[in-house]
Design a protein around this ligand. Structure first.
Ligand SMILES: [Zn+2]
Length: 186
């Protein structure tokens, strides 16, 4: 199909543009698949009573290496956030301390601790669904809110950071509204 588009295009600029558009679409579809999985993890974690409504997926060469949710309540560990848990599991599975080939998909914008863990693990790309404000809006208190707010925007790093758009962003934002009743703030 892409070939057909290129043949139809009469000048070089257009054919490059349509090929690029095709590439962008493919990237978005791919991102959507993995962000959806991170959102599913967020729901799963609340269902099991393991912790807050947050999920994270580590992907290496298009394959899911680790798919985890917040385990703060289950492990009685305030650092057992979805992203940290997923990084630990991915490192263990791949038997390496650097995840330079990997990407991480987080249902919500990572907090500074998780951002630090992503940075330390050398993960090359972060895609997150909901903005931290969506978690704050359902009542994460000021203490947690301060830790959550704006990392994806303000932290400096060589990491490529992308906020999911379209349907990926919508389903990620819905997590908080939908789990509000089931999840008691810790
Ligand atoms: Zn975190």
């Amino acid at each position: 199909m892409e070939d057909a588009k290129v043949v139809e295009a009469k000048d070089g600029a257009i054919s490059v543009a349509s090929a690029f558009a095709g590439y962008q679409e493919a990237v978005q579809d791919r991102d959507h698949i993995f962000i959806t999985k991170a959102v599913e993890e967020a729901y799963k974690g609340v269902e099991c009573g393991d912790g807050g409504p947050f999920g994270a997926v580590v992907v290496c060469k298009d394959e899911v290496v680790a798919s985890c949710h917040n385990m703060v309540l289950k492990h009685t560990d305030p650092t057992a956030h979805a992203e940290v848990t997923a990084i630990r599991e991915a490192c263990k599975k791949l038997n390496q301390i650097e995840l330079a080939e990997c990407e991480i998909y987080a249902s919500c914008e990572p907090c500074p601790m998780c951002f630090g863990a992503i940075h330390l693990s050398r993960i090359k790309r972060l895609v997150y669904g909901a903005k931290a404000e969506a978690a704050i809006a359902i009542g994460f208190d000021d203490f947690i809110a301060d830790a959550l707010r704006g990392t994806g925007v303000y932290q400096k790093s060589n990491l490529e950071i992308k906020k999911a758009d379209g349907n990926g962003a919508i389903i990620a934002e819905q997590v908080f509204e939908k789990t509000k009743e089931k999840f008691t703030m810790y």
